[in-house]
Design a protein around this ligand. Structure first.
Ligand SMILES: Nc1ncnc2c1ncn2[C@@H]1O[C@H](COP(=O)(O)OP(=O)(O)OP(=O)(O)O)[C@@H](O)[C@H]1O
Length: 496
């Protein structure tokens, strides 16, 4: 979309390096490294190329330093009007002995995988190893929120890396406003100032790294301003282990349980627990340019980690989305309004490791009002072989979708026929009117819970109907449970 404006970076390099770069794929160039006494290098993703055999001289460094803007307290400088960042290494006397010239680029499309989270106004924390592209994504998020969603966005730009060097920010941030930070130690103060003085709806901040910055982040979140940030650490687990930054994901405390409670929980007496609600309710681990691991519910992922379980997540890549744990995808079903026809119409069956053809044949033969579906998330129930019922993948699927499972002993038409007859009769025994009424009741309750944040108690219903209502709630990411005993057993829907 925008030009990488590589020319202005090349212009500060010694002419021999510029010439050497001509023959290389500069559109993929990430950094140029100049360390005194060593050959200069061009770094590309996964490889480095020596640009000359001659080592870099102090004069080479001086020349570059004279051409770039002033180095600030964090040893970073920029080139006005561009997104490039130049960082220096110093010796013990404070003299510059090395430079890292990073190419800054505005790249559209880098946030396609997480746009749903950003739109849902969650506080989003991006993690990933240095250079994986966190700042590049932050920049695009700021632009999209400001220009496409018309939000008042303020960027707290500690080393001018997001909005580029100079007082007029780079067009890559769109109409988002940018606050510069005189000294890195003032970042937390500027974060608070942004909220107090400039009425933002969204604050974007790179590299939250200190306790005071983590506290400032919490203050911002508590004031209801959407916060999008990055932190050091590759994974959620790294943050849980990091005493300075753990507060971003709720903080961790050690509690000692009483004997009875420890026995009941089947744990040791001393356990680690999450202290508070996370500042960032969603975390995205950027694994590489192509793959992201999304944790749409930080609190539950952290709780799992603290119990020694796999936090799972949703892995998104150009190949699609893969749910790796009992986390419900924040996508696509929840975005769609619930369709009454669909609920009261054809029943959708997902055959797990069973022949779909056979299932479809049985449906046709028996003229059942049902169809086989590929996607388990869209199914009303799953059928599988009993011998596969404990498959880890299937267990995960069931937890994620909360769809009921029915099993057959053998993969034969006769068994599938008997099973479907039994199961569908259960649902078909319910009068259609009652289904419609129960669905409308649940839909109205879901709306109320989502809008007003209240708990809704539904009318007593039969198990099959409660199941249907439960699924509607789950599709909207609400919690629901059946309470009371038959025939008064009914569903309660809670806000999340
Ligand atoms: N999707 C992408 N396609 C091509 N180049 C990219 C992409 N994302 C980032 N880059 C390039 O990779 C380099 C590193 O990106 P960026 O500065 O955003 O990483 P970072 O994770 O913020 O690093 P750090 O933690 O060190 O600040 C930059 O040169 C940037 O232009």
């Amino acid at each position: 979309m925008f030009n990488a404006d590589l020319q202005s970076l090349l212009a500060v390099l010694p002419p021999v390096l510029r010439a050497a770069l001509q023959g290389l794929p500069t559109h993929q160039l990430l950094e140029v490294i100049m360390d005194v006494g060593r050959p200069p290098q061009a770094r590309f993703s996964g490889r480095a190329v020596n640009l000359t055999t001659d080592p870099v001289s102090p004069a080479d460094l001086e020349r570059v330093v004279a051409l770039v803007g002033e180095f600030s307290a964090d040893n970073r400088a920029g080139i006005e009007g561009t997104l490039h960042r130049i960082a220096c290494l110093r010796n013990r006397r404070g003299e510059i002995i090395g430079l890292t010239l990073r190419v800054g680029r505005a790249i559209a499309g880098t946030i396609d995988f997480i746009q749903d989270l950003i739109e849902r106004e969650v506080n989003l924390l991006l993690l990933g190893r240095p250079g994986v592209g966190k700042t590049t994504r932050l920049r695009e998020i700021a632009r999209v929120l400001a220009d496409e969603f018309g939000k008042r966005v303020v960027i707290v730009d500690t080393s001018n890396e997001i909005g580029g060097d100079g007082d007029i920010p780079h067009p890559a941030i769109g109409s988002a406003r940018r606050m510069q930070v005189a000294h890195p130690e003032q970042q937390h103060g500027v974060m608070i100032e942004a909220v107090e003085n400039h009425m933002p709806e969204v604050i974007v901040v790179d590299e939250i790294g200190t306790t005071s910055e983590a506290m400032a982040a919490r203050t911002i979140a508590e004031r209801g301003v959407q916060l999008i940030g990055t932190a050091h650490g590759n994974t959620l687990e790294n943050l849980v282990m990091n005493p300075t930054l753990a507060d971003l994901i709720g903080g961790v405390q050690v509690v000692t349980l009483g004997d009875d409670e420890a026995r009941l929980r089947r744990t040791q007496k001393t356990i680690r627990e999450r202290k508070a609600l996370p500042t960032f309710n969603a975390v995205v681990e950027i694994v590489n340019r192509e793959i992201m691991m999304v944790h749409p519910d930080t609190a539950s992922a952290v709780d799992k980690l603290l119990r020694g379980l796999d936090p799972g997540g949703i892995r998104r890549s150009p190949q699609g989305e893969e749910i790796l744990s009992p986390e419900k995808s924040p996508l696509p079903e929840s975005a769609k309004p619930v369709s009454v026809e669909n609920q009261a119409g054809l029943i959708r069956i997902h055959p797990y490791a069973l022949s779909r053809d056979t299932v479809e044949r049985v449906i046709r033969d028996l003229r059942l009002e049902a169809r086989a579906v590929k996607n388990p998330e869209q199914a009303d129930f799953i059928i599988a072989l009993r011998s596969r019922a404990e498959d880890a993948r299937l267990r995960r699927l069931l937890q994620v979708t909360r769809v009921p499972l029915y099993v057959v002993k053998k993969n034969t038409t006769a068994q599938i026929r008997r099973l479907l007859q039994n199961v569908l009769n259960i649902l078909h025994g319910v009068p259609k009117d009652e289904v419609d009424i129960a669905v409308s009741e649940a839909e109205a309750a879901i709306k109320r819970v989502m809008k007003e944040g209240v708990t809704a108690t539904l009318q007593p219903r039969t198990a099959a109907i409660r199941e249907l209502q439960h699924r509607l709630a789950v599709r909207h990411h609400l919690l629901a449970e059946s309470v009371g005993s038959e025939p008064q057993r009914h569903l309660i829907i809670y806000p999340v």
